[in-house]
Design a protein around this ligand. Structure first.
Ligand code: HAM
Length: 428
């Protein structure tokens, strides 16, 4: 095919009507389950100051180093298309005075995010996330609540087999000691590590665990494990989170190598795998989250422990398709509207309003004018009841109700159309 003159940007896609039922199902269950558990919707801008992400997501991360869509405004400000939703949550918390709101604050969002990644299966440059965030509590039950609500939403949209990988990466008191230990290990292993990872690990040694390079992975597998080194408070909290999750019968595995690729995390971190029995492969992750207890304070706000999750909806929809999730069927039109002549077409608006108020779905072939063409369209759609608005009947505010199967027809007042249609449908 010849190259089109106008194409969508690389890594973006159109969501066509045939796929909308998947999105609608997700939106519905997110809204229903999240709000039942007391989460309220928040929408933050698609653009934020670049420094919001460099400060929180972190200079050593792939996102900040190479994936942000950043640009300068005419006034010289540096803005970025949001690559994720948690840093904006911290900013919004401070900017909207949420420190005085009753705690914990539970928020949810859904929308597009942007990362300049190499487009491949399920990795897009404009992708979609649904997120849950809880601010203002460091209780392990909050971590469990986030995991539980995520689990319920995924179950409800038909992903029955998912599992969680969970770890703790310590707090600001114990992490520095572990970082020191890990940096020493990296130093000793330095020859066996790729230059890119070595560079990132200088800024944050935990980045060793994000690398997908087999060479780095071999080194990472033998590294000191963070769960062994965290302080007793962090250990207690992890134990407590795992107890709740076990009690809720949510399938999980403790994964000592999971650190998550964003710098703001503290303590509990987790990722969602498409199958509970499958090993962990970051490429297949359906979502991830964890605690970010220092993020609000790092942005200059009051010390506010928090945690959350983001679901990667592009991938989730692929999973739903693979799992052949049953979608709610659209209500079929009960009646076909045939309009003849100018007055018939004008009256059609009135008649459609009568049907809409009575909740009777209809179909028509607007633009086609002859009786023959419209009848053919109705036959093709297999709709046997037809409302025919012809000039003579339209003048008297009436319409012909025809049953194409039985070959009968009645002339009825427009206002009475819903009752008459219902009578015919019930008589079946
Ligand atoms: P994340 O792990 O960077 O976390 O992203 C969460 C999910 O978004 C991933 O597991 C993946 O499914 C999806 N995702 C990420 N990048 C892409 C992409 N380029 N194309 C398609 N899907 C993608 C966060 O974003 C954190 N803000 C999560 C969080 C919320 N932590 C605490 N609260």
């Amino acid at each position: 095919m010849a190259k089109l003159k106008y194409q969508r940007p690389k890594g973006t896609y159109d969501i066509l009507p045939e796929d909308q039922p998947y999105w609608e199902l997700i939106r519905r269950h997110l809204r229903e389950i999240a709000s039942f558990y007391g989460f309220e919707r928040i929408d933050t801008p698609i653009i934020e100051q670049t420094k919001l992400f460099t400060r929180t997501v972190g200079e050593s991360t792939d996102i900040v180093q190479k994936e942000m869509f950043s640009f300068k405004t005419k006034g010289g400000a540096s803005l970025t298309l949001r690559p994720e939703g948690t840093a904006p949550m911290g900013r919004a918390f401070i900017e909207n005075g949420m420190k005085s709101w009753p705690k914990p604050i539970k928020l949810y969002y859904i929308g597009p995010f942007f990362r300049h990644e190499k487009p491949q299966r399920n990795r897009n440059r404009q992708f979609y996330q649904a997120g849950l965030e809880v601010l203002g509590s460091d209780a392990p039950i909050i971590d469990a609540l986030i995991i539980h609500v995520t689990f319920l939403i995924l179950q409800k949209i038909g992903l029955e087999d998912i599992g969680f990988q969970i770890n703790s990466i310590g707090c600001k008191d114990c992490r520095p000691d572990y970082n020191q230990l890990l940096s020493e290990y990296i130093e000793v292993q330095s020859k066996k590590i790729t230059p890119d990872t070595k560079k990132k690990a200088k800024k944050n040694p935990l980045r060793l665990f994000d690398s997908k390079q087999p060479k780095d992975r071999r080194v990472a597998e033998k590294a000191p494990q963070i769960v062994d080194e965290i302080c007793s408070d962090c250990k207690e909290k992890l134990k407590s989170v795992l107890e709740y999750v076990g009690h809720l019968e949510i399938p999980y595995q403790l994964n000592p190598f999971l650190v998550r690729g964003l710098d703001y995390y503290t303590r509990t971190v987790f990722e969602i795998t498409p199958s509970k029995d499958q090993g962990y492969d970051p490429k297949n992750s359906l979502g991830g989250g964890g605690r970010y207890d220092n993020l609000v304070a790092d942005l200059g706000g009051k010390n506010t422990p928090a945690g959350g999750v983001a679901l990667g909806l592009d991938r989730i929809i692929e999973e739903m398709k693979e799992a052949e999730v049953k979608l709610p069927s659209k209500e079929k039109p009960k009646v076909f509207l045939v309009h003849l002549g100018d007055l018939g077409r004008k009256k059609a608006f009135e008649l459609v309003e009568v049907l809409r108020k009575a909740n009777i779905p209809y179909e028509d072939a607007l633009g086609k004018t002859s009786l023959k063409a419209q009848t053919k369209a109705a036959d093709k759609k297999k709709i046997r009841l037809r409302l025919v608005l012809a000039q003579k009947e339209a003048l008297e505010d009436k319409v012909i109700l025809r049953d194409a199967k039985k070959g009968t027809q009645d002339i009825i007042p427009i206002k009475k159309a819903p009752q008459e249609i219902k009578k015919k449908l019930e008589a079946d």
